[in-house]
Design a protein around this ligand. Structure first.
Ligand code: SF4
Ligand code: SF4
Length: 356
């Protein structure tokens, strides 16, 4: 069914928060609020990570475009159907392939968006990464699989290249999913999961990994991942005969449309306080920015997808793919700011779910 969009991107509605500098001012108590919180970088430094350094690069993450068939309320990418220009070119994808081929510590190519499958070069790129022997992850919003005939064979394509499919599903009920992601999303997501199951995804012994991503619907931390996973498995199996492998519980970071939501609902200060109070030192060592490089659709390099959305480029010589310098990146200091509290709260949060 046609998805009823939740609204427009911040960019399309000319919201001040579409400006990344403005977002950083808010996070540091200089715009919209004067609430100040302890500096995240100092908390990390007090633990002995002074400065905060990476470990060998394992995950090469590409945000290949902000174009998406949905406009979810909490999207930290500000993606949507209007974001047509923000799409990675074939030339930039070729530069990515050169890097992936030349850095042997890279084990995984993690492709995100937007809806990455809407990039016209998506399938070619997956095939090339596969030829290089890399594990490919596709961060799939599920509804794209049923959105249009041209995407209906995505499950077979993913299976052929043993792509790990990581799919967002905020909840196992229609009301909670649709209120976050748009009317009709739940129904289409269930259909897509069934199509993925039909080719073997999520089935024992198939070697085809299907993981779900849960993020809270409001200004609170996720419940324990293990508990959520058990509940999702039970409910999806009982109601829809759906199987999946793991569930990742992810904390909403105060960035982009979720930051806008926090401000609009008067929850910003309370939410930041929750994150700060839940700071968990045990998560710091495993933060995803330590073994990841994130590339934007236009080829710039970042410590993670969130820094990318705030336009905090890597603090190293060679901030663009064309000047990629692995030695300089190894020696860089990771750029931290107040949004980072979202990654260290409670059990921690990363693109792979809980950290500790
Ligand atoms: S599907 Fe993902 S990328 Fe698209 S709007 Fe929703 S959260 Fe953003
Ligand atoms: S937001 Fe990015 S840089 Fe900050 S702690 Fe999380 S992963 Fe690291």
């Amino acid at each position: 069914m046609a998805i009823k969009q939740k609204g427009k991107s911040l960019k399309a509605s000319s919201n001040d928060l579409s400006n990344t500098f403005f977002q950083l001012q808010v996070l540091n108590g200089k715009e919209l609020t004067d609430a100040k919180f302890p500096k995240f970088a100092e908390q990390v430094s007090d633990l002995g990570f002074k400065p905060f350094k990476p470990v060998p690069l394992e995950i090469f993450q590409l945000n290949i475009g902000k174009l998406c068939n949905q406009t979810c309320a909490h999207c930290h990418v500000d993606a949507g159907p209007d974001q047509k220009e923000a799409n990675m070119s074939k030339q930039t994808l070729e530069q990515c392939l050169n890097v992936i081929a030349s850095v042997d510590t890279i084990k995984t190519v993690d492709i995100t968006g937007g809806a990455p499958e809407m990039n016209p070069h998506f399938r070619w790129f997956v095939e090339e990464c596969s030829k290089l022997g890399k594990q490919v992850i596709d961060r799939c919003n599920l509804t794209i699989v049923v959105a249009n005939k041209k995407y209906h064979d995505l499950p077979e394509f993913f299976a052929k290249h043993k792509v790990q499919v990581v799919s967002s599903l905020p909840y196992f009920s229609k009301s909670r999913t649709d209120s976050q992601r748009g009317d009709g999303v739940f129904e289409d997501s269930i259909k897509a999961l069934q199509m993925l199951n039909a080719v073997g995804y999520g089935k024992e012994g198939s070697g085809l990994q299907l993981d779900l991503v849960y993020n809270p619907s409001g200004a609170f931390l996720p419940d324990k991942q293990e508990t959520l996973q058990a509940e999702f498995k039970r409910q999806l199996k009982r109601k829809y005969d759906i199987d999946f492998n793991s569930l990742y519980a992810i904390t909403n970071l105060p960035v982009s449309r979720f930051l806008d939501y926090l401000i609009q609902t008067g929850n910003y200060e309370d939410y930041m306080q929750v994150l700060v109070e839940a700071f968990n030192p045990a998560t710091v060592e495993g933060l995803m920015c330590r073994n990841t490089i994130s590339v934007s659709w236009d080829g710039y390099l970042y410590d993670c997808d969130f820094n990318q959305m705030l336009d905090l480029k890597v603090a190293a010589k060679g901030q663009h793919l064309r000047d990629f310098d692995i030695k300089a990146l190894k020696n860089r200091n990771i750029v931290l700011n107040q949004h980072c509290y979202g990654c260290t709260a409670g059990a921690g949060s990363s693109c792979g779910g809980e950290i500790s």
